[in-house]
Design a protein around this ligand. Structure first.
Ligand SMILES: Nc1ncnc2c1ncn2[C@@H]1O[C@H](COP(=O)(O)OP(=O)(O)OP(=O)(O)O)[C@@H](O)[C@H]1O
Ligand SMILES: [Mg+2]
Length: 1078
């Protein structure tokens, strides 16, 4: 946001009055009071019109910050409280915008703050003028020239710790845009006497102390110096250290500044070498030596220092030594050498030191000028800043003070001239009647000093040039004669002097009534200082130096350029340069800064009324105010005036449409001020009395309060209304946005739902169509495929016979048939015999017929067996059935079985029918006898065998005695439960009877028979056919039999028989019966 332009005025928040012109009543007292009041409030600047009075605060104030620079930038002079920046801005802007060369004249006594003020002006201008790399370098060089010059040209004095001991005028050059191009510095009269001697409490130039404190050991060694002030006669020791000043740090600053300004390293080194040489010169001491001719001659006491100087400067030691001992005077073709006495030698030494130093200083200024001079030839605008030593009144005032005060007289002169001229010009410009102002014009004092025929300086020159003995006293005498009648010259000895009895005026002095007060000058030294004599021998010795800088400093030492004419005196030189300066200043628009020193103690917060009063008087500040106020105290351009006071009149408030002047006229008529109190110029209103202005201000203040209330009221109303309107507008906007938002959301929801539904429907429809299309496609494809297959089949069927591929199969089938046919035909011929036991069978011809071959063998065998069986009779059939039964019962179970296979089952081994023995037996048996055989019956009690006839009929089993044929036991087949036998090759077997049956009285039977297999088989078959129950046949080598009540275990043991292969039976106990079998 652009900074708000606030129209302010000097008259706002004023402490005392900011412009002395407005002081009421105007007198010395009120003037000082005003200054003091402002000083106490840290307002160190006050105006007299456009002149700035600056009171040295002796402490740093926060009023020079970059923000302050911005505040004052491009503001009208009277807009803000008085400040040096306002003056700098005004000067810079009129230089830049109106093309007027400017000069800033800074005056005031020593310690009043001139140098500081000049630096502030420069830094302000540097801050506000153009920027850019090149411009910045120029600025930096201009600013950095200050520390260099201050180090070499400033010294601590009783009045000021950093007192400028030379006058300085600097022209800063700008281009048409206001960018700095460069500068030119002029220096005036360096106080060189300080090099060799300093008053009590003062120091030599800063650079000596800075060098000894700040130089590195190495540098000091090179310069043949020691870091000890007391080693050097030219350095005052009592105040070698200044409070708050760091000489070493300053030395670094100076070297840095030299570098920025553009000094080459070797140049800076040369400068320091000259400084060292000066310091060492002070240590050369002389002693008297009587000569034969009765004259006193001086000799150098200790040549060591001289030697070192010569080494430093590259001068032949003998040359320099001679120059300190002789003085050669050349007149026309004659050369006369005279020896120097001790005093003359010291004089010569000091003169050399002073000259070396002052010439070095001038060289430095020239060297800086070379660096900072503008590089272009375009037309330049110039701003000159003059920081010249102030008016000096000491106890002992000498030639220097005389010269300095003369310079100040000239400045005052120019001030009066320019101020008055300007004032007068303004009146004419503004068409206001000019009233004559009485003021003191110091032209008469200037005349006393500088008049070419009878001025004091002319008189001094005359004396210096006069042949014969010239002393300071003869000079005073001359003055007494010539100036006796001058109003401002006072001397005790002058003709018809008014001061004959004035004891305050010693005989060797004269007094001048300067515009700033009376100053008494001691004439002692005037002639010498004006002559500023350096013996030619010394300058020639210096010229012979191999040190290029020193050689350059003494060009008159060159014998080729010998000039017998006396060099111009110091006084005439100064007069000439002051005249040039004045001429220069007159061409420029002056801006004044009048510096005032508030106390003698260099202390902050102390305002010494008497001291200030003195300065106000000699600076003629009251006159300044009076001149400014003569006629009219205050003036202001119409526009700002109308702007400031328009609220005091209805017609002009709040806006005046017409020209500003008419507005101001209306305003003043309305306010009814007396007519003589104001006057209308062309562009300004002139107010005669400050009272009128203050009245105006009062009215304005009151009106402003009313206006403030009004504005406040309107503003508050406006603020509330704006706030309300804003709220209303905002509410509508918010509502609109909200509605839009909700509708948008709703719409988007509907839209997305629609899209979803739509997509589903479309999808469904599409899928339906797709399905249908797919179905149709498949149908078409099916039809095509079926048709294709059908056609294919048809065609293949039709053409198959023509296919070669089928030939293989056919051939294969045919071959197979042929092979099988052949096989069967061959087999027919190879058939084995029909005997079922013939194992022969022809070999298999083909592997693939293996299963067929085997099957054929099996079928053939079965067929052959059937054939064989078909031949049997019923009887044989029965026999084979029995044999088959036996095989099923005993094969692989009983070891006896295989031997039975070959035996035919005969049944009736015993022919009962034929043997008469058994006639009875035969008769007893009616049924058909199935078995009739003699068996061994085992005695149940002892195991011994007895022969019995074993008979099996259809229903019974009978045992009969072999001899008698008497039936011993008859057991119905239904009572036989089981037959047990061993698995061995024996004929033992047990017949188990049903428990409780009639036959079972004695228990089970145990028999032995060679036809065991046949008997068991037949018993089994008969029982089955009679009882329809299968007889249990147990084959085991251990089984139980029931003998009467005992259960006896029959155990078969193999081998171990006593009687060969016949099995024996033995009852072991009532539980065990052992049968031993082969
Ligand atoms: N505006 C200021 N703000 C703060 N201190 C100041 C200001 N002006 C001057 N001083 C102080 O006063 C001292 C003396 O000021 P300055 O050297 O400018 O005096 P001068 O008028 O140049 O004296 P001389 O004639 O001896 O050179 C400064 O060293 C500084 O300490
Ligand atoms: Mg100064």
């Amino acid at each position: 946001m652009a900074k708000m332009e606030v129209k302010t005025s000097l008259l706002d928040n004023m402490i005392g009055v900011g412009d002395m012109v407005l002081l009421e009543p105007l007198n010395e007292e009120s003037f000082i009071d005003n200054l003091k009041k402002r000083f106490d409030h840290n307002e160190i600047y006050t105006y007299i019109g456009s002149v700035v009075i600056s009171v040295n605060p002796y402490r740093s104030l926060p009023i020079y910050s970059p923000e302050k620079v911005e505040d004052y930038r491009n503001r009208n002079f009277y807009e803000l409280s008085p400040h040096i920046f306002a003056l700098s801005d005004e000067a810079y802007r009129s230089l830049r915008d109106q093309d007027k060369d400017q000069c800033i004249l800074i005056t005031g006594e020593s310690g009043a703050g001139k140098t500081e003020a000049s630096k502030l002006v420069m830094s302000y201008v540097a801050a506000v003028c153009g920027k850019g790399a090149e411009v910045n370098q120029v600025k930096e060089q201009l600013l950095q020239s200050n520390p260099v010059l201050e180090a070499f040209g400033n010294a601590k004095t009783v009045r000021n710790d950093n007192s400028s001991r030379f006058g300085k005028y600097m022209d800063i050059e700008f281009d048409f845009k206001g960018d700095p191009l460069g500068g030119v510095i002029s220096n005036y009269l360096l106080e060189k006497s300080r090099v060799v001697k300093q008053p009590r409490g003062e120091r030599n130039f800063h650079i000596f102390y800075q060098l000894l404190s700040g130089a590195s050991e190495d540098l000091l060694y090179k310069l043949k110096l020691e870091r000890d002030f007391s080693r050097y006669n030219y350095l005052s020791l009592d105040s070698a250290k200044v409070n708050g000043v760091d000489d070493a740090a300053n030395f670094r600053t100076v070297r840095n500044a030299m570098q920025i300004v553009g000094f080459m390293d070797h140049e800076a080194q040369s400068v320091l070498e000259v400084i060292a040489a000066v310091l060492k010169l002070g240590n050369i001491e002389f002693k008297p030596e009587s000569r034969v001719n009765g004259l006193d001659e001086s000799k150098i006491k200790d040549k060591n220092e001289l030697k070192e100087i010569c080494e430093l400067t590259g001068i032949d030691q003998s040359v320099l030594e001679r120059a300190f001992s002789f003085r050669t005077v050349e007149a026309k073709q004659e050369k006369v050498s005279t020896t120097l006495n001790v005093a003359q030698a010291y004089y010569a030494r000091d003169a050399l030191a002073k000259n070396l130093y002052s010439r070095l200083f001038s060289w430095l200024v020239n060297r800086i000028n070379e660096s900072i001079k503008a590089q272009t030839k375009v037309r330049k605008k110039v701003m000159g800043v003059l920081d010249i030593y102030g008016f000096e009144i000491f106890e002992d005032n000498s030639f220097e003070q005389f010269i300095i005060n003369y310079c100040n007289e000239k400045l005052q002169q120019i001030f009066i001239e320019l101020t008055l001229k300007e004032e007068q010009e303004e009146y004419i410009r503004e068409d206001i009647e000019w009233t004559h102002i009485d003021y003191f014009n110091n032209a008469v004092i200037c005349d006393l000093i500088e008049n070419n025929t009878n001025g004091i300086l002319a008189m001094l020159d005359e004396e210096c040039l006069r042949p014969g003995t010239v002393t300071d006293d003869t000079f005073l005498e001359k003055l007494n004669q010539v100036c006796a009648t001058h109003q401002h010259f006072e001397s005790r000895m002058s003709k018809c002097s008014r001061f004959l009895n004035d004891t305050s005026l010693p005989h060797s002095c004269f007094r001048i009534q300067h515009y700033a007060g009376k100053v008494m000058y001691q004439v002692e030294g005037f002639v010498d200082k004006n002559n500023d004599l350096l013996y030619r021998d010394l300058s020639q010795a210096m010229w012979k130096a191999s040190h290029s800088l020193i050689k350059a400093l003494f060009p008159e030492g060159n014998p080729a350029k010998i000039n017998l004419k006396r060099p111009p005196t110091a006084g005439s030189q100064f007069k000439a340069s002051v005249a040039t300066l004045m001429k220069n200043l007159q061409t420029k628009n002056p801006n004044y800064i009048r510096c005032i020193k508030p106390n003698d103690k260099k202390a902050a917060h102390i305002f010494n009324d008497a001291l200030v009063c003195h300065q106000i008087r000699y600076l003629g500040l009251l006159e300044n105010v009076r001149v400014r106020r003569a006629g009219y105290a205050f003036r202001q351009a119409y526009e700002p005036c109308l702007e400031r006071y328009k609220m005091l009149c209805k017609q002009t408030w709040p806006h005046w449409k017409g020209p500003a002047r008419a507005g101001v006229e209306v305003l003043f008529n309305e306010l009814e001020f007396p007519v003589e109190e104001y006057s209308f110029g062309r562009s300004k209103i002139f107010i005669r009395n400050p009272r009128t202005l203050f009245k105006l201000e009062d009215l304005r203040k009151r009106r402003l309060e009313d206006l403030a209330t009004l504005i406040q009221k309107i503003f508050r109303g406006w603020k509330c209304r704006t706030h309300f309107l804003l709220m209303k507008k905002s509410q509508i906007v918010i509502a609109a946005w909200y509605r839009r938002y909700s509708q948008q959301k709703k719409y988007q929801q509907i839209k997305s739902s629609t899209i979803v539904i739509q997509s589903f429907i479309r999808g469904w429809k599409a899928r339906k169509i797709l399905r249908q299309l797919k179905h149709e496609k498949r149908c078409q494809e099916a039809v095509t495929t079926i048709a294709a297959f059908w056609h294919g089949t048809q065609v293949r069927r039709e053409y198959r016979k023509f296919f070669r591929a089928n030939a293989g199969k056919k051939i294969y089938e045919f071959t197979l048939q042929r092979i099988v046919q052949k096989y069967f035909l061959e087999m027919k011929n190879k058939m084995p015999s029909l005997s079922p036991i013939d194992k022969n069978w022809p070999a298999r011809p083909y592997l693939f017929l293996d299963s067929t071959h085997k099957e054929l063998k099996r079928i053939f065998h079965l067929w052959r067996c059937k054939k064989y069986r078909d031949q049997f009779t019923d009887q044989r059939k029965l026999i084979y059935e029995e044999k088959l039964e036996a095989s099923e019962l005993f094969k692989d179970k009983k070891a006896l079985y295989p031997s039975s296979v070959g035996q035919p089952f005969q049944g009736a081994y015993l022919e009962i029918n034929k043997d008469p023995k058994y006639k009875k037996l035969k008769d007893a048996i009616e049924e058909k006898i199935i078995i009739a055989e003699v068996v061994n019956k085992v005695n149940r009690a002892n195991g011994k065998c007895a022969s019995r006839i074993f008979l099996l009929t259809n229903n019974n089993l009978l045992l009969a005695d072999q001899k008698s044929g008497h039936i011993k036991s008859e057991v119905p087949l239904g009572d036989v439960t089981k037959v047990s036998m061993s698995s061995q090759n024996d004929g033992f077997f047990a017949v188990h009877l049903k428990e409780g049956s009639g036959a079972a009285g004695k228990g089970d039977f145990l028999f032995s028979s060679d036809h065991l297999i046949e008997m068991a088989t037949k018993l089994y078959r008969t029982t089955l056919s009679q009882t329809k129950q299968k007889l249990n046949i147990e084959i085991s080598d251990e089984f139980l039999v029931q003998f009467r009540q005992d259960k006896v275990c029959v155990k078969f043991i193999q081998g171990n028989q006593k009687n060969g292969s016949i099995p024996t039976c033995k009852r072991k106990n009532n539980r065990l019966l052992e049968v031993a079998v082969p």
